[in-house]
Design a protein around this ligand. Structure first.
Ligand code: ASP
Length: 360
């Protein structure tokens, strides 16, 4: 708050504030009706304190902080919730810690197939892509589908072709490769007794003696990322990006790019991004169901996310969690797994970070 006053008085002295802007400034010094806010996740699953090293714990917290900051920077400058969602997700797509963009999990055939979606709560416009293999930032491609095509969802090679026409960065398949995800795939396929794919072309040779575990052994398949944001204009947006589930087959697509399941936003209710075993989230249309509870039943956001995750998802024996936000500034998360990488902040408040279930 004090910073806002400082900035305002500096601008006033410099004669930079127009009368219109000043007219919007209330007696309390607030220049806008909405305080911005953002909530994000970096995947849910069997993520437990007892099997997490201090270094890995710190690495994830630093990555969550950087992503939260990226979104906050956009919103603090008066940027849109869509821009904030895209900025934070791009950062996490570039971070090999997360199962999105670089560092995505592998299919049983040893490929990275990426899914993503974005939705604008103000207009109900949405864009989604599935099975993308060459686009560095699938979230930006989802946004391009929303803004530059007449469609909502594109898949596979066609989606990558469209990405190239919009000038989005294209990469060879080896760009998305990380040794730990590869080793995790090989381990899982061996356990299943399934055929092992060849090591992809163009990647460094396998390290002698294996790779150090950077997170709990069974956590290698987690790390989908999602962001929901509220901007100063009162508009909300949601976005999700993932490599899907490890060792997926037959061009499997999960909930993340399915509008209403893994991703949804409407200014009439809420914005949601999900993470977990997508098959359950699709069957429960998790994101839209949460927003319907808010819109038609008048439920508070936390009650609505708990209803769907703790009751419906759990009853179906599904696993995972969600983050959510409303235009009136309610923030919520809920998960039924031991952990979920998560963070949130509201303008003027302290940022909150969590990994394990016992953190608030
Ligand atoms: N929900 C994603 C999917 O099923 C995976 C995850 O969130 O971990 O593709």
């Amino acid at each position: 708050m004090r910073r806002v006053f400082r900035v305002l008085s500096v601008l006033m002295c410099a004669g930079l504030l127009t009368s219109t802007v000043m007219a919007q400034t209330s007696a309390a010094g607030l220049a806008q009706p909405h305080r911005w806010a953002v909530v994000l996740h970096g995947g849910a699953g069997v993520i437990e304190r007892k099997s997490m090293s201090k270094e890995t714990d710190a690495a994830y917290r630093a990555a969550l902080k950087a992503a939260l900051q990226a979104a906050a920077d956009v919103l603090e400058k008066g940027g849109s919730s869509l821009d904030a969602v895209e900025a934070a997700i791009k950062l996490m797509e570039d971070d090999p810690l997360f199962n999105a963009g670089k560092g995505a999990v592998f299919t049983a055939e040893g490929k990275n197939e990426l899914d993503s979606a974005i939705m604008d709560g103000a207009t109900l416009k949405a864009g989604a892509v599935a099975g993308v293999t060459r686009t560095r930032h699938p979230i930006s491609l989802a946004r391009a589908v929303m803004e530059k095509s007449p469609h909502v969802m594109l898949i596979g090679a066609g989606a990558d072709q469209f990405a190239a026409t919009t000038g989005l960065e294209q990469e060879g398949p080896s760009y998305f490769f990380t040794e730990r995800r590869w080793q995790s795939l090989i381990k899982e396929l061996k356990k299943e007794g399934a055929p092992l794919p060849e090591r992809p072309a163009g990647v460094p040779p396998a390290p002698v003696g294996g790779v150090a575990e950077i997170e709990p052994p069974n956590a290698h398949k987690y790390g989908t990322v999602g962001v929901v944001a509220l901007d100063r204009n009162g508009n909300i947006a949601a976005g999700t990006s993932t490599g899907g589930t490890q060792a997926k087959r037959w061009n499997r697509v999960g909930d993340s790019p399915i509008i209403g399941s893994g991703t949804y936003a409407s200014n009439e209710s809420c914005a949601v991004s999900a993470t977990g075993t997508g098959e359950y989230f699709i069957r429960l249309t998790v994101a839209r169901t949460i927003c319907s509870l808010v819109q038609y039943k008048g439920m508070k956001l936390q009650a609505a996310v708990d209803e769907v995750i703790q009751k419906e998802l759990t009853a179906l024996k599904g696993d995972g969690g969600v983050i959510a936000i409303t235009p009136d500034g309610q923030l919520a998360w809920s998960f039924n797994t031991p952990g979920m990488y998560r963070a949130r902040v509201m303008e003027g408040g302290a940022a909150q970070f969590g990994i394990y279930g016992d953190e608030k």
